[in-house]
Design a protein around this ligand. Structure first.
Ligand code: UDX
Length: 441
């Protein structure tokens, strides 16, 4: 099938590449000149394991191309003006996926202006045979109001919802093995188009109306965030009653009604989705005079988590003024170079405010991290970051941190304090090496 994507951000780029891998002809359009020219030259603007190979193969096979919005608009308007009554032809695009950003406004509400602009552009450039599919995370009711806007302006395109559940760091794997594909459609033709697009994956498809589909995405992310906030609060309690949060997670998670996933205690959730989506859902609930108190508690708990982590450090090593702290990991989780809403960034900022000298090492996050944290020093390896430091603080669960030469690390430090805020190390082994080991829960 012939597919286009508006937006070569994380969701758009991964989905476009993987649809091309499934055999569709995909054009990925973005208004960022640098991003498009990098992609046209075979360079990836994000770090995502395995994605580069899929993009290269699909481009070589002639099934994936990257186009700058302005170049694309001029081509399309020439085509449309030559044949204004264009009926469905082999060349026509079957579906165009909108994957532009929905950043939070100051109120927490999602900013939908990019979605509305992109939808109008698509309607002006494509015939009504092209299905408009919104992949971006949008509040319930948005597809309906996009269709109303189009009708008011004389366009009759259908707008469907098809939320994305890919996780950064395992997006390729998630795309190829989805738990489910949700399609929110208001007519059979739209349903048939989306079923055909996903056919090679033979997935479990949940078909619903667009509004429910939109809510499924928000509710799924908010529920997962709730599980994390819950286990983090339990970790605090474990510390008070001398229980073990790792065993607690396992003991709870093996109950299949609860499930083990997303019960790993840590420094709080971050990333480009959970914090933004839970805020947007809470805001939406309030605008409908149906506040979701659970969501508000999760937001509060997750914000507090940052200060709680910083306090754990200062409670042990005292006044931080002038002290060197080595931080391992700045990305919001392992497997990505993304530092958006990373707990590590917030915790480092609190430590900086308290006068600490922060030295960071992250295998992938240094470029983005150093832009957000100009006062921190970024080291080329963990040992350089740890030199004469009063503590090592692990904030991202990179595998390579489990394989450090801990004896060497111990000898490099001024004081052997290890704060393992991802619970990834063997505490007994570290204590044998005379580390003062602190973990979560
Ligand atoms: C999330 C959703 O999982 C995905 O379905 C959606 O499409 C986009 O948002 P992502 O942001 O890539 O994906 O990260 P995810 O793996 O879900 O982790 C989010 C945050 O929660 C990270 O900061 C992570 O460290 C934290 N987390 C996750 C925990 O603290 N404990 C856990 O058990 C799981």
């Amino acid at each position: 099938m012939k597919i286009a994507f508006i937006g070569a951000g994380y969701v758009g780029l991964v989905s476009a590449a993987m649809f091309a891998h499934l055999g569709h002809n995909v054009t990925c359009i973005d208004n960022n000149h640098d991003k498009i020219s990098a992609l046209q030259n075979g360079k990836l603007p994000i770090y995502e394991p395995g994605l580069g190979e899929y993009i290269n193969k699909a481009r070589l096979a002639g099934r994936l191309s990257f186009v700058l919005s302005s170049d694309f608009d001029s081509c399309r308007s020439r085509e449309v003006s030559q044949d204004p009554q264009e009926s469905k032809s082999e060349e026509e695009t079957d579906a165009i996926f909108i994957a532009v950003g929905t950043p939070p406004l100051a109120s927490g509400e999602a900013d939908l202006s990019y979605i509305y602009d992109a939808t109008m552009q698509v309607a002006q450039s494509y015939s009504e045979n092209t299905l408009i599919v919104v992949k971006s995370t949008i509040p319930p009711g948005t597809c309906k109001s996009l269709e109303s806007m189009l009708r008011a302006k004389g366009f009759s395109h259908k707008v469907a919802s098809n939320p994305e559940f890919l996780r950064e760091g395992s997006a390729v794997e998630d795309f190829l093995n989805p738990d489910r594909i949700v399609i929110g459609v208001s007519d059979q033709k739209a349903e048939a188009t989306l079923r055909e697009i996903y056919k090679p994956l033979d997935p479990l498809i949940i078909k619903t109306d667009p509004t429910t589909s939109e809510l499924i995405k928000y509710a799924s992310n908010s529920f997962l965030a709730t599980k994390i906030a819950f286990i983090n609060e339990m970790a605090n309690l474990c510390e008070k009653v001398d229980a073990d949060v790792e065993m607690l997670s396992r003991g709870m998670g093996l109950d299949h009604r609860i499930g083990e996933a997303f019960l790993k205690a840590g420094p709080g959730f971050g990333g480009s989705c959970f914090p933004k989506d839970i805020l947007a859902l809470s805001h939406l609930a309030k605008t409908h005079e149906q506040p979701c108190h659970v969501l508000d508690a999760v937001i509060f708990s997750n914000q507090n988590r940052r200060t709680h982590m910083a306090r754990k450090i200062s409670n042990t090593i005292g006044d931080l003024k002038g002290k060197v702290i080595c931080v391992l990991g700045v990305t919001f989780k392992a497997g990505t170079d993304d530092v958006r809403s990373s707990p590590a960034v917030d915790i480092i900022n609190i430590l900086l405010q308290q006068g600490a000298n922060i030295r960071v090492y992250d295998p992938e996050g240094a470029a983005h991290g150093s832009r957000l944290l100009p006062e921190a020093t970024f080291a080329k390896d963990p040992y350089e970051a740890a030199t004469k430091a009063e503590a090592v603080v692990i904030l991202t669960e990179w595998d390579e941190f489990k394989l450090l030469d801990f004896k060497k690390l111990h000898d490099t430090l001024a004081k052997p304090n290890m704060f393992d805020f991802r619970n990834i190390l063997d505490g007994e082994q570290l204590q044998k090496l005379r580390f003062s080991y602190h973990r979560i829960g």
